[in-house]
Ligand binder design. Structure first.
Ligand code: NDP
Length: 284
């Protein structure tokens, strides 16, 4: 009887629940996507292309970016690229970035910030300069690009989509600097979201919390060091796009990461020990 009742409830939910994500709404949407030459960014480019968005893709490696552009264009959409020769660690580059990109598409509906600088998955070595540099690439460039884009986004009731990580909610081993940059994103953009709402400025802010995803760089970095299986990049990319399009505040991918975050807060005792059991480390 319990099974039958559960089945009926599930059936009713499935019948009445309407998926708020309408892919057609992305047709013609103007998107600026950073870190689009590889990994999750590349997969987002293909999804946006399939949905008919007008995308501007950015990354440093022009040849690789062109390959992504060609594949996206095959999916029937107007794709443009603005490669930048420098790293996002220098702020003039981000200004240049926005100046070049917005006129390209005649406005902006989505700013999707996804790029990251080279990440070491290892014990803290004391390299303060590296942390400073990573903070520039992973955090300050996000702030600079957002500042430059906000007026245009506001005009179009647009969306800011920030790609973050579980390590931006829960500190994990081997990610000292990276985790710091992702916590910084949560602090800045969750505060900014409050302010935009208080000022009745219609720009949504979506923070995306991802677990381990099977991109080349992530798999290379974590090989032999973690007992966690990676989720597929195309699915992660779609979850981010859905979240941005439906203007939700936070996206968790895979979905159960939200429960993990709740458990982390609810059970402070021994949680660190459980977490560390997923990581491999033998003292020298
Ligand atoms: P990748 O390493 O596959 O891609 C990173 C992108 O950033 C590339 O397009 C790269 O292009 C660009 N990039 C690299 N260095 C710089 C730089 N100095 N300045 C500007 N752009 C740069 O990353 P993922 O796809 O794995 O990650 C994408 C996002 O997802 C990141 O925000 C990451 O934190 C998040 N995430 C990923 C997880 C994973 O397991 N993969 C887990 C949790 C979060 P180019 O070199 O051409 O510039």
């Amino acid at each position: 009887r319990v099974l039958c009742a559960t089945g009926i409830v599930a059936g009713l939910i499935a019948f009445f629940w309407k998926d708020p994500f309408i892919p057609e709404n992305l047709s013609g949407a103007r998107v600026l996507l950073t870190g689009a030459s590889a990994g999750i960014g590349e997969q987002m480019a293909y999804h946006y292309a399939r949905f008919g968005a007008e995308i501007v893709l950015t990354a440093r490696r022009e040849a690789v970016l062109q390959k992504v552009r060609t594949l996206s264009t095959c999916l029937q959409c107007s794709t443009k690229t603005t490669p930048h020769s420098n790293s996002c660690s220098t702020s003039p580059v981000t200004g240049y970035h926005m100046d070049m990109s917005v006129p390209y598409v005649g406005g902006l509906d989505y700013l999707v910030l996804n790029h990251i600088g080279m990440t070491h998955f290892q014990m803290w070595t004391g390299d303060v300069e590296y942390t400073r540099w990573l903070m520039q690439v992973n955090f300050f460039s996000y702030v600079a690009l957002t500042t430059a884009a906000l007026p245009t986004l506001e005009k179009n009731r647009g969306s800011l989509v920030i790609v973050s990580s579980l390590t931006g909610k829960i500190p994990t081993p081997f990610t000292t600097s990276y985790s710091a940059t992702k916590f910084a994103l949560d602090g800045f953009f969750s505060s900014l979201r409050h302010e935009l709402i208080m000022q009745k400025r219609n720009v949504s802010v979506t923070l995306c919390i991802l677990g381990l995803i099977d991109t080349d760089t992530a798999l290379q970095n974590t090989r032999g060091k973690v007992h966690i299986s990676a989720s597929p990049a195309p699915e992660a990319a779609l979850a981010i796009i859905r979240g941005g399009a439906t203007r939700v505040q936070e996206v968790f991918y895979p979905w159960w990461l939200q429960q993990v975050c709740c458990l982390w807060v609810l059970f402070p005792t021994n949680r660190g020990q459980v977490l560390r059991s997923y990581y491999n480390y033998s003292s020298p």
